[in-house]
Design a protein around this ligand. Structure first.
Ligand SMILES: *Cc1c(COP(=O)(O)O)cnc(C)c1O
Length: 434
């Protein structure tokens, strides 16, 4: 399979280039040259398959031309070492728990798959691969965990100072070894900008063998489409869900669109955001106006210029109308989110995190207009990652902290502070990573 840039459909690259270089030189994003569909035979069998079997079929649809079946099987099985249970809160009100991985957020799926695919793609290359990742919270932790102690790789994480939760920060800064954390005096968008600047410097990118682990990397999107299929098949036959996706950079929602193209029967998607509502605003008005992000309690969605928006547009041939037929927008502020956390607990005795709560509100709004709909809200992180907010709304000891998170609390934070200056960052890379 070949891949092309959203900016220049005629410029084709192979899988290795699309995954390892991750960003085309024209500043677009890579897309598969053709979007695969799963066979009618698959859609006869899909309800009886395991999560791993679904993963392998989806991964094969994208990568079988380039990666041998045995290697793909290993990559998929290594990725899906934990489940994604579908929990029913009330009839039609389903929550898909995506937080059972090592860092307790859905990003483990993409990061684990990407680390394994990259390792396979570079199996014969003696150079060290330097992975750059900007994070608004959960990406960095997932990437750090996925690459920690992987020979031949090192990871540089850029995160916005004071804008990630305490335990999130520990996930970025406490591992050590081949993981280095930079605490950037700026916003997530600044961090993303620094990463982009490093890649656009061709010499630097080449010399340091740079690669990116942000949701701009296609290798993260494909595995995220597995669980859309895995969850939909758990509903009674004939029920087509609406997926509610708490969104920031819109990688997760884009993965849902890929699943839809693969043939997944569903009635659409809801792009649920906090006050950083550029995409819901676009769906309403047709005008796309990126702007600086504002800080909220659902901090992993504090994105003012969502990086996957160009992919979403490409998937709809640039048509606003076509996008609006499949995706609906909804956004909620922190007060509504806090109230939702309390409601979900009171009504369903379920503890939902601030990101999932934004989704749950959008799902509730949707079902109030369309009472026969079944919504699947993606619960993107474990509530224990946002302990401050959870305790403010539900009281002390409202939830148990999973062991793998609790362990981190005692480890020291190790991070290098830096101003949000691309030249400074590039100089640091040249000196420290040479
Ligand atoms: C990253 C993240 C999101 C946003 O996902 P995108 O793919 O960037 O839209 C939502 N919730 C949580 C908990 C996250 O970590």
């Amino acid at each position: 399979m070949l891949y092309h840039s959203t900016h220049q459909p005629d410029r084709k690259v192979d899988l290795k280039e699309a995954i390892l270089r991750s960003l085309p030189p024209d500043n677009g994003l890579y897309m598969p040259d053709h979007l695969p569909q799963l066979s009618p035979d698959f859609w006869q069998r899909w309800r009886d398959l395991s999560f791993q079997e679904i993963g392998l079929e989806v991964a094969s649809a994208f990568f079988a031309e380039d990666v041998p079946a045995e290697a793909l099987q290993e990559i998929v099985d290594g990725t899906l070492a934990f489940d994604a249970p579908l929990v029913t809160l009330a009839p039609g009100d389903h929550v898909l728990e995506l937080f059972h991985g090592p860092t307790l957020a859905f990003k483990d799926f993409g990061a684990r798959f990407m680390a394994r695919l990259m390792a396979w793609l570079t199996r014969d290359d003696p150079r060290t691969l330097t992975v750059l990742v900007a994070t608004s919270g959960d990406t960095g932790g997932a990437v750090a965990s996925a690459y920690h102690q992987v020979p031949g790789t090192r990871v540089v994480i850029l995160y916005p100072k004071g804008k990630v939760s305490g335990l999130q920060e520990k996930q970025l800064t406490a591992l050590g070894g081949n993981i280095t954390a930079l605490e950037i005096d700026g916003s997530f968008d600044d961090c993303q900008h620094l990463v982009k600047a490093a890649f656009l410097d061709r010499d630097l990118a080449e010399n340091l063998n740079l690669t990116s682990a942000n949701s701009i990397n296609l290798a993260r999107l494909v595995p995220q489409s597995f669980y859309y299929i895995h969850s939909a098949r758990q509903l009674p036959e004939g029920i087509r869900p609406i997926f509610v996706v708490p969104s920031g950079n819109f990688g997760n929602l884009t993965a849902g669109l890929l699943a839809h193209r693969l043939g997944l029967p569903c009635d659409g998607f809801i792009a649920a955001t906090n006050l950083n509502d550029v995409v819901p605003a676009y769906l309403k008005s047709g005008d796309y106006l990126a702007r600086p992000s504002v800080q909220t309690i659902s901090n992993a969605m504090d994105v003012g210029a969502p990086s996957n928006f160009v992919r979403m547009q490409a998937l709809f041939g640039g048509s606003w109308d076509a996008m609006r037929r499949l995706i609906h927008g909804a956004s909620f502020d922190d007060d509504a989110t806090r109230a939702a956390i309390r409601s979900v607990k009171a009504m369903h005795d379920y503890v939902i995190d601030p990101h999932g709560a934004v989704g749950w509100l959008a799902a509730k709004q949707w079902r109030s207009q369309s009472p026969t709909s079944a919504t699947i809200t993606l619960e993107t992180a474990h509530p224990a990652k946002f302990l401050d907010v959870m305790e403010q709304e539900l009281g002390k000891s409202c939830l148990e902290i999973p062991e793998r998170l609790a362990k981190l609390a005692d480890l020291p934070k190790v991070a290098t502070p830096m101003n949000a200056d691309p030249e400074l960052f590039k100089t640091w890379l040249r000196q420290e990573m040479a």
